[in-house]
Design a protein around this ligand. Sequence first.
Ligand code: AHG
Ligand code: MN
Ligand code: MN
Length: 351
Amino acid sequence: MSNGFTTSGPGGADGINEIKTDIVTLTRFILDEQSRVASNATGDFTLLLNSLQFAFKFIAHNIRRATLVNLIGLAGATNSTGDDQKKLDVIGDDIFINAMRASGKVKVVVSEEQDEIIVFDGDGKYCVVNDPIDGSSNLDAGVSVGTIFGVYKLQPGSTGTAADVLRPGTEMIAAGYTMYGASANLVLTTGFGVNGFTLDTALGEFILTHPDMKIPKKRAIYSANEGNTIYWDKPTQDYFHKLKYPEDGSKPYSARYIGSMVADVHRTLLYGGIFAYPADSKSKNGKLRLLYECFPMAMLVEQAGGLATTGRKRILDIVPTQIHARSGIFLGSELEVQKIIDEYKKFDEAQ
Ligand code: AHG
Ligand code: MN
Ligand code: MN
């Protein structure tokens, strides 16, 4: 089979030696995207994404060899939200910050591992928010982890302050994650759909392998830490109860929870279903961080045709009050997420 992108090898037209000779690398893809993101394209956005992909390759490399060089273990410090930091959290954070500084295009960085915003010298025009290693409690077990990121444009005239990133998710101009598992998978949106790339370690390039990703409209899978059920409010408890005890006698939903947001959202994007980390009913606060966990994932899921909500409010419409602000979140297939929105509506109308 020849589709214009392949060259047949000696195995014949349909043979196993068919080799693609005109592949779309991330660099090629973002050069095309640049002109769509900014009509007055200067190449800055392309350079920024190029620095991001360097950080992902470097982090992927360190995770691959972590077990070999005994990096796994505690670094002896705690981060801004009180978690123990693993060595790979520290290394991932350093790699990311250095790559953003070196790009010359970034003014502000927010990292899960840094209490305060980082402001670089120079006239960078972008702000990058990131969770350098998401799912780090899974590292010792060799389970997939990832880097999550989002990009804002610096406010006109700003010298770089927290106000540049304390903006709703709708103002992000790009977002994505790289999942480090059997291979490194980069899933990216610049506001024109979602595209997935796989790192070819031999070429050292991310290759477009999942063009124009669309999340299935529905799927009977839920993904949540159900050990927290007693902390959830009534609409959330009722919603999950109905998935397990369907009122119409249909088959109950399957539970799938990895405990790495990146890996759980990746599966949800590919297979459909719902991922949730609901808020605590007393504190009314969630665990996941708005800027570098909820917003990027919400943007990706919406761009793939799904929904992301607190149950009562669209995630991307929230305005964070501080850089490490948290939120409850439900995201995934449109028809699955609509059910939790309906549950809250029903509950609120009965009050
Ligand atoms: P991080 O490793 O960046 O601290 O994030 C962990 C997050 C997220 O990846 C995951 O969805 C969630 O914490 C898991 O929390 P529980 O262990 O409470 O289920
Ligand atoms: Mn995280
Ligand atoms: Mn993290």
